[in-house]
Design a protein around this ligand. Structure first.
Ligand code: NAD
Ligand code: TDX
Length: 336
């Protein structure tokens, strides 16, 4: 199988590429990524010489380039991880979210249609369902009610994916996963931000009252779910992915402080995020019963391993935090 992975230099995409190259020695992976601030080829250093792996720098809105690569590599499946992914950035700069997340997805769908690609998998998010009260779960039937420019751009993309199935009969799947954590997560997201700030003795900013709830899943369990959807997902279906690991932000930050032995005085309550969703929680029954998916990690082992990874890989996140890798890769790939 030849798989065109977009956004493969990011946190989840790079984990997925490792997962697939390890598991399927006969598959070829084409990683197509623009290398925005969030894309980092350091995440894939150990596979760059793998003959089954090819990297191409490009934008998912660039139809001609994508069409050329899809034809050259005889692509069977497209998996779209590429996105602007950070909610806070979408609040201050929504336009690039619409361009990449909505227009980019439509361009990919169109190229997939023209080239009669076997399957298109859209990596979406639980945030398209909006926010929950203290009880209940998101199922695949929960109406879309996104609240941030980020989640609304992802919801727009999901509806386009649906449209290409309903209108043109394309074989598509949409996955909606809860919050991921694990190694190589960009240090603007809650867990790596708090871990790296605590290690640097910097403040730990908690938005609002810190009682917002997120449902955490280890990134490798997300990758195994996407693998199953590629191979077993039924045409046109949506699959929610989550491991029943609800935690308040307060719980997460206190756990990190304790595990690192950092002073509690670093914790600082700051102004709330605009439109801050209160609670996310996924009902994963469909993917578990229909596709046989099961998460491997408990939160306790996953968070311990993740914190250890950030302790042992300080160069990785320090290069990001001080901006030197951006300079480096601009020199390497800037004109490609
Ligand atoms: P990330 O920000 O770490 O990575 C995004 C990648 O996409 C980067 O490598 C970036 O360079 C690339 N990219 C951005 N714009 C591009 C463009 N125009 N063309 C080509 N490449 C482009 O994000 P992530 O956390 O790995 O998320 C991956 C996907 O999973 C996203 O679609 C996101 O919506 C979804 N998702 C994320 C989470 C989470 O908790 N992080 C949860 C559920 C779903
Ligand atoms: O400094 C912070 N302080 C804080 O209290 C940051 C960065 C976050 N938070 C809170 C906001 C959220 O309630 O922590 C929670 C998690 O925040 P993020 O890590 O920004 O994630 P979230 O907004 O939940 O979105 C994430 O999960 C779903 C990903 O970024 C999305 O790409 C994914 O779709």
């Amino acid at each position: 199988m030849n798989i065109f992975v977009t956004g493969g230099a990011g946190f989840i995409g790079s984990n997925f590429i490792h997962y697939m190259l390890d598991k399927y020695p006969n598959y070829k992976i084409i990683n197509y990524d623009l290398l925005t601030y969030a894309g980092n080829l350091e995440n894939l250093k150990d596979v760059e010489d793998n003959p089954n792996y090819v990297f191409v720098k490009g934008d998912i809105t660039n139809r001609e380039l994508i069409d050329h690569i899809v034809k050259t590599h005889n692509i069977d499946v497209i998996v779209n991880f590429a996105a602007e992914s950070h909610v806070d950035r979408s609040i201050t700069q929504p336009d690039v979210f619409v361009k990449t997340n909505v227009l980019g997805t439509q361009v990919l769908l169109d190229v997939a249609k023209e080239n009669k690609i076997e399957k298109f998998v859209q990596i979406s998010t639980d945030e398209v369902y909006g926010t929950l009260g203290e009880t209940g779960y998101f199922t695949e039937e929960t109406p879309l009610a996104s609240n941030s420019p980020y989640s609304s751009s992802k919801a727009g993309a999901d509806l386009l994916v649906r449209a290409y199935h309903e209108t043109y009969g394309m074989n598509v799947n949409i996955t909606r996963c809860s919050n991921n954590y694990g190694p190589y997560q960009f240090p603007e997201k809650l867990i790596p931000l708090m871990v790296t700030n605590a290690m640097e003795g910097k403040e730990l900013p908690i938005y609002g009252d810190g009682k917002n709830v997120r449902d955490w899943l280890h990134v490798k369990d997300h990758s195994s779910a996407v693998d199953l959807v590629i191979h077993k997902g039924k045409p046109g279906e949506v699959y929610n992915i989550g491991g029943h690991n609800e935690r308040t932000n307060n719980e997460i930050v206190h756990l990190i402080v304790e595990k690192l032995g950092a002073p509690k005085s670093l914790i600082k309550y700051v102004e709330d995020r605009l439109g801050h969703d209160r609670r996310y929680a996924i009902d994963p029954t469909k993917i578990m019963t229909e596709l046989g998916w099961k998460p491997e990690y408990t939160f306790d082992t996953g968070i311990e391993e993740t914190i250890q990874w950030y302790i042992q890989n300080q160069d990785w996140w320090k290069n990001i935090k001080n901006g030197s890798y951006i300079e480096y890769y601009e020199k390497l790939y800037g004109d490609k």
